[in-house]
Design a binder for this molecule. Structure first.
Ligand code: GLN
Length: 258
């Protein structure tokens, strides 16, 4: 009798384990079994969120996703790319997840599902340090505005181009865009204020922000829409755990001075 009970129990446990295995596989990036590996798209020219230091990826986004992967038991395969290529790569099934200082927008929500917001950001107008003519959008008539492809900054520039009468000049990464304004080839650029504040503080860039912040938005972690509900749940659960444990604040404080 005892033996039977044990056998029944054992087979029940095995069935549950098998079921868990299955559902994990469906949710994941196609790898099998435990410790699923997800392809994570990142924009490594975007400090303090993502950058390379001594050959390692580092920054707020990198630490957050690594910590989430650890508390949710999955592996990460980082795929660095230009920001403008990240959503297309998700759509082409070349990525499972994107964390790239990516702002949550209604337009993007039609293509991707976002995690809970994890950071407040928004756009600032940035000019050369010695520029005293430009303090707001009203001063941009006939000027050149540098933006980065695929970003909310590029979208904002397009949306307001007709009203303010400037030319748009597009770049693939933030450092090239910063360079363009500091060397005088463009008059202004649009960038998320935490990013430009960090760049000005940490490097020799002769740039400054002017005027009011133009927009407010929040960063989210993205997965392809409608196909990754379980992965998104893990990401949100992981994020919440980091907030509860205080690790989220530790990560932010490591990169951003109070
Ligand atoms: N937050 C901006 C966006 O989502 C810029 C992101 C980036 O350049 N990595 O478009």
């Amino acid at each position: 009798m005892k033996k039977w009970t044990l056998l029944a129990l054992l087979s029940a446990v095995l069935m549950v384990l098998a079921a868990c295995g299955d559902s994990e596989e469906e949710a994941g990036g196609g790898e099998s079994g435990e410790g699923e590996s997800y392809r994570v798209g990142i924009d490594t020219t975007y400090p303090p969120f993502e950058f390379e230091e001594a050959g390692e990826y580092t920054g707020i986004d990198i630490d957050l996703i690594n910590a989430i992967a650890e508390n949710q038991g999955f592996e990460i395969d980082f795929n660095p790319m230009d920001f403008g290529g990240i959503i297309p790569a998700l759509q082409a099934d070349q990525l499972d997840v994107a964390i790239a200082g990516m702002s949550i927008t209604d337009e993007r929500k039609e293509i991707v599902d976002f995690s809970d917001p994890y950071f407040d950001a928004g756009l600032s107008l940035v000019v050369a340090e010695d520029n005293s003519d430009i303090t707001s959008l009203e001063d941009l008539e006939g000027k050149t505005v540098a933006v980065k492809s695929g970003t909310t900054g590029a979208q904002f520039a397009r949306d307001n181009e007709a009203e303010y009468g400037y030319e748009i000049s597009q770049f693939e990464d933030s450092p090239s865009m910063f360079q363009e304004v500091s060397n005088g080839n463009a008059d202004v650029l649009l960038e998320d204020y935490p990013v430009i504040a960090y760049a000005i503080a940490e490097s020799e860039l002769a740039l400054k922000t002017v005027g009011e912040r133009l927009t407010g938005d929040q960063y989210g972690i993205a997965v392809l829409k409608g196909e990754n509900a379980e992965l998104l749940e893990k990401i949100n659960a992981g994020l919440q755990e980091l907030r509860d444990s205080g690790e989220y604040d530790e990560i932010l404080n490591k990169y951003i001075a109070e």
